[in-house]
Design a binder for this molecule. Sequence first.
Ligand SMILES: Cc1cc2nc3c(=O)[nH]c(=O)nc-3n(C[C@H](O)[C@H](O)[C@H](O)COP(=O)(O)OP(=O)(O)OC[C@H]3O[C@@H](n4cnc5c(N)ncnc54)[C@H](O)[C@@H]3O)c2cc1C
Length: 414
Amino acid sequence: MKHSDTVVIGSGLAGLMAALTSAKQGKKVTLLTTGAGSLSLNSGVIDVLGFDENHNFVESPREGIKTLPEDHPYKKIGVDTLEKAVEAFLDFTKEGHFPYSGSLDRQILVPTAVGTLKPTCLAPRSLNGNGLKEKQHIVVVGISGLKDFYGDIIVDNIRPLLGENHRYEVVTVESGLGGGRDITTMDVARWMDTDGGLETLASALKPHAAEGTVFLLPQILGTAGEDRMIALQDKLGAEVVETTCLPPSVNGLRLQKIFHGALMRLGVDLIEDTKVVRAVTQGKRCTAVVAQAAAREKTYEAEKFILATGGFYSGGITMREFEQPKEMIFGLPVWFVPGEENWSNEQLFSDKPQGFAKTGILTDENLRPVDNKTGKVVYDNVHVVGRNLGGYDFCFEHSGNGVALASAYKAAMV
Ligand SMILES: Cc1cc2nc3c(=O)[nH]c(=O)nc-3n(C[C@H](O)[C@H](O)[C@H](O)COP(=O)(O)OP(=O)(O)OC[C@H]3O[C@@H](n4cnc5c(N)ncnc54)[C@H](O)[C@@H]3O)c2cc1C
């Protein structure tokens, strides 16, 4: 039986941030996880709040949060803690030589793979599209054989957003990758890690570089950090900006990589391919969780447990029948929007939230789970973070990684 100060369950952004923050507080941390987490799917930029309850664009996330309803996770976390979480994250990415920038006061606009501009709060330099408007010449760069990136569509969609005073060009570069199969951004990013890949791309693009040029590329500038972006900019003498992309998300995996490195250095026991199946409790305290790995069960004792299992999307919460959502480890009460007719909109992309998306666990100010009816804390030493939390629709309001980051920071600090 293993004993730690803190056991974190799940290694998406919320679990990684909770483990990192706890370890930085000098705690002995065990991180138990199975599966990849959504950093391999999402672009790794930190949306704090892009749209309010009425789907109006939020210029300043700090101001926007004030308008949210009381049961929203940010209202429990508090803006001061959110601010500290943002600072801690910016410091951490700087230490990891993969610096993010941004603040709670202004959105960064990140170009997407279909040529829209997505608001986000914190982003690495390669994804920051705020300077695009000032550039005269925009060169959209495709890679032959790369799926889901079409230069002409990007130009058609981004032109009305940036204004008409720009000259556009679409260039397709031959990589020689794939051997007849479709290739992914990860294939190209690995090729860009090599000097040959970088040189080939730079030679193909150099003739298109001039004063005021920016190159808009898929997310391919290396699998780690920002070194390849800097190297390409130096060779071209021009700025380069990446778009978001469909999975696998190269940038999400770059972020995951620096988390893993830091956790190893801080002595966190990261145990992968381990599914936590139940909790051992005594009254209002959890004393241990039991995990399954390689057909064996193992018990992990701790003083504190942080539940970061990702809600519906990652199996932390399931629902076989309407009105019976289930949290899978502790059997915590799960809140949901009542009435099956309010469960979803027929339109997947609409200006109204999806009822099902708000399903999750309600908590007190310290993110401890509460009974939905009485409001009483269920376990004193269990804290719920990330997409397990109820009362918000991350997709509609663009707040997924922001809630993950801030709730994880708070759970680790209380
Ligand atoms: C396609 C997509 C794109 C997105 N894009 C963005 C974006 O651009 N910006 C943004 O801010 N947000 C985005 N989001 C939202 C964001 O990904 C999430 O809201 C946030 O990262 C959730 O993090 P999490 O750690 O709570 O959950 P997850 O990342 O889902 O991690 C949960 C982890 O827990 C593990 N787990 C589950 N059950 C157990 C168990 N029993 N034992 C052990 N481990 C377990 C899972 O395998 C997983 O590793 C996107 C989401 C999706 C799906």
